[in-house]
Each structure stands twice: as C-alpha cells, then as structure tokens.
Design a protein around this ligand. Structure first.
Ligand SMILES: *Cc1c(COP(=O)(O)O)cnc(C)c1O
Length: 458
C-alpha cells in the first residue's frame, strides 16, 4: 500500500468511527456475547477473568461497541491504555504505515530508527534535566523487572523496597512487590526474596503530612533492611490498583532526598499514571519529584504493547552489553504508534484535555458527594480520578470500606451502557480513567447513570 492509499483510508476511516454515545439494545451481556462466552469458557482458563464479559467488536474515541450492538461509554480505557482515544487516527496511520515497512528485526540484532526516536522522546518528556537513556520492553511488569535489575547492578546491593497498597505486576518478582496477595499471588509462590514493604502516604486514612509520612517510611526501611543493603525504592506517584491514592505534598521529594543521600535508586512506576494521564506528562511532576528511573507502559503506544525504563544515563549504563533486551522489546510497529502518541499529546493539546476532564469529573462527583454520604473521598489528577466508598454514616469517623456498593454500582453502570472499573486494597474504590476523547457531555451522561445507581442503592 502506498502512503497516499494509507492516509486516504484513515482520513476517511468510516469503518472505525463510532457515534460518541451510549446505547443499550439487548440485555447485558447480549446473546452474541453469551455465545462467545460459552466458547471462551472451553478454551480460556478461569484464571483469566473479565470484568464485563461483553465481547467488543469496535472501539473508537471513548466508546466501545459490542457484538450485540450495545455501546458503552468507556471510563476504563483498557486500564488507562488508550489515553489518546480508541483507534486514534494518528496511531492507526503510523502503525499501519510501519506494518508495510518493517514489522520485526529485533533491535539487538539489527536496529531501526523508531526505537531511537522513542528513547529521545522519553528523554525529553520524563522529569529531570539530565542525560537519560531508555530500554524498551513489552509490558509494565517487564519494565519493573528491568528497573530492579539495573538498580541492583548499579548499586551492587540486593534489597528492593515498595510501599503498602502498591501494584507492580504479575511476574514472579512483581508478585512479591504487590500489596494484595489476592488475586495476584495467592497460591503462586514461592516468591522472590529481598522485597521489603513499607508504609505509604494515604492522606484520607492516615491523616499524616508528607514529611511525617516520609519519616515513617524511612524509619521503617532503616529498621527492616537498612539503606546500605537497599538497591532501590519503587513507588507509584499516584497508586493505581491500590485505589488512586495521591500522596501528601513533600512525601515523594522527601523520599527521593533520602534515597539520593544513601545511594538508593528511586524508581517511579508511572506505568498507569504516566504518558499524560494526569494532565502532566508524568504524575511525578505534580509533586516536584524527579526520580532516578521512570517506568512507562500502559498509555505509551495507544494500545499496542510497549514499555520502557528511562533514567539517568550513568545508572542505565551500569548493565553490561547483552544484559538487557528481549525478542519483541521495542517492536517497530509499537514504536511507530508511540511516536504518534507523543505527537497526539502535543498536537491535540492533551495535557489541557486532562485538566478539562479533571474539572468536569470532580465537579460532578462533588455534587454527588453532597447528596450521598457513602462517598468518602474524591481524589486523583487529570483523567485519573476515583471515589472511595464507605459505609453510611462513617465517612468522617471510622471510614468503613463499602465494597458492596462499588460492586452494585459497577453492575448498574454496565447495564446502562457505562463501563466503570473498581480498584482499591479494600475493593471500595470506583475509578475513572477515560480516554482524552471523552467529551464533557459523555462525562455528564456517565455521572447521571452513577447518580441513578447511587439512588437505587437506597
Ligand atoms: C498495570 C501496571 C503494572 C503492570 O503492567 P503490565 O503491562 O500489566 O505488566 C505495573 N505497575 C503499575 C502501576 C500498573 O498500573
């Protein structure tokens, strides 16, 4: 296919554009989804579950269309992956073009420009004004694994520290780094050793200032491992699966200061919070935190699998030649899509769109909070916003988690054409992480459904 054919096809792209509205025409799941689910249950193991078993045929902008013709407002974006929008035109065009040029060579055999360009873009847009280098891999968990490998090689130390409520993945090392055993780790051990869990900053529940919370974290690490044995501290600047906890101001820079003083590599797991998700390129920027290493994944390539470890050149260069890599890491098609995502962030002013989404969502949620006392906390930044639900009458006192309400609301929303995701250590958080293609009208429409769901709880 020539360049003109590709752009003519995507410019018109009537096949992929979908009216941006919810529409329910069958029961949810509908008959075709049920049929597919039956086939699936014979060949896909139970361990791979689906939050909402409607089978998706098309996705565009902020709307999913299932095989029965139902349309859902997507407040999940594949867990913050399709930040630029489903089937975003630039991403489609870049990936399609790349498919015709080179699909795979393996960067560690014969390299190509797209990998280098992604590394340049990451160096430019991650926090910190120093020379940076990047290794590209396939998944978030693989980025975490490589970040830890590099930190250990650089420091010559063994210990890995993480925080309470953290989520870092499903590989053997990262299973040991998560807070919750169920469902990520239960029964899957033995696990990697030398992983130390320290208290975090969770202002709604601990009431601590950033410096007090940091003193508690540091005190704990000094006791259970000691800085001299610690290779790295891995932290999500805004915790994702744990429930979108935004740490108190000063917490992250104070930890970075302690790490720098003690030769510990501090790693920002920005896999969920990075790539413009919070209205800044990286969520660390909200806190004035400049991490030694930054991990990117989810939103980086518009839906194609790609992840990265980016960081100070002297740390990244600690690994010997051949020590880093993998067959598919930095695949050319995924890299071409990532370059298009960076262009889309700039040219579609997505950082400002993130602030718009934050303003509309939080204003609407504040209105609901005034009417429903089970909404305990509203928190987050940009298009990464959550509400934490508590039992009636406890939000200013004991804050007893209300996972039942979250389950009921997620189910009610799905029946009404709104895809909402739960989160949280206690399962009592509803999270909103839409693509930036979501309009204010769609957000308000989704909030009306949430309002009806809250009213139906009685
Ligand atoms: C999703 C996620 C991971 C794991 O990424 P995968 O691509 O699923 O391996 C790690 N850290 C955070 C913060 C995540 O949100």
């Amino acid at each position: 296919m020539t360049d003109t054919q590709i752009s003519a096809q995507t410019a018109a792209s009537p096949a992929s554009s979908v009216p941006q509205q919810r529409k329910i025409v069958t029961a949810v799941p509908g008959p075709k989804s049920l049929e597919l689910h039956d086939r699936r249950s014979k060949v896909v193991p139970a361990g791979v579950s689906s939050a909402l078993p409607v089978y998706i045929q098309r996705a565009n902008g902020a709307v999913l269309v299932d095989v029965d013709g139902n349309q859902f407002i997507d407040f999940g974006a594949g867990i913050g992956v399709t930040t630029v929008g489903h089937t975003e035109a630039r991403v489609v065009e870049a990936a399609a073009g790349q498919l015709h040029d080179v699909i795979h060579t393996l960067f560690t055999i014969t390299p190509y420009e797209e990998y280098v360009r992604v590394a340049e873009l990451l160096a430019e847009h991650t926090p910190g004004n120093w020379q940076k280098k990047s290794v590209l891999v396939n998944s978030g968990a693989e980025a975490v694994e490589n970040g830890v490998k590099i930190a250990r090689k650089y420091t010559g130390r063994r210990g890995v520290a993480v925080l309470d409520h953290a989520y870092h993945g499903r590989t053997n090392l990262t299973m040991a780094m998560n807070f919750k055993a169920m469902p990520y780790a239960s029964g899957f051990g033995p696990f990697a050793g030398d992983v130390y869990h320290a208290p975090s900053s969770y202002p709604y529940r601990d009431g601590l200032s950033g410096t007090d919370a940091a003193a508690r974290t540091i005190g704990y690490l000094e006791k259970i491992i000691g800085a001299s044995d610690l290779a790295c501290l891995v932290v999500e600047p805004i915790q994702g699966e744990g429930g979108f906890m935004v740490p108190a101001d000063e917490y992250l820079p104070t930890l970075q200061g302690w790490c720098t003083e003690n030769g510990v590599v501090m790693i920002a797991d920005e896999i969920q919070s990075g790539m413009a998700r919070t209205g800044r390129y990286y969520a660390s920027e909200h806190f004035g935190w400049e991490p030694d290493l930054v991990l990117s994944a989810k939103g980086i390539a518009g839906g194609l699998p790609l992840a990265a470890v980016t960081g100070r050149a002297e740390i990244m260069d600690a690994a010997h030649p051949g020590g880093l890599g993998g067959t598919f890491g930095g695949n050319p098609v995924a890299c071409a899509a990532a370059i298009a995502v960076f262009e889309s962030i700039e040219q579609n002013h997505l950082l400002a769109e993130g602030r718009r989404i934050e303003a509309t969502l939080t204003a609407g949620l504040e209105r609901l909070k005034r009417r429903y006392d089970i909404i305990g906390d509203i928190r987050g930044k940009g298009a990464m916003i959550a509400i934490e639900l508590v039992q009636p009458g406890t939000r200013d006192t004991t804050k007893v988690p209300n996972a039942e309400a979250v389950g009921a609301l997620v189910a009610f929303a799905a029946q009404n054409g709104v895809l909402l995701l739960s989160a949280g250590t206690y399962g009592n958080v509803l999270r909103f992480l839409p693509s930036f293609a979501v309009t204010d009208e769609l957000i308000e429409d989704g909030l009306r459904v949430l309002d009806d769901g809250l009213a139906a709880l009685g």
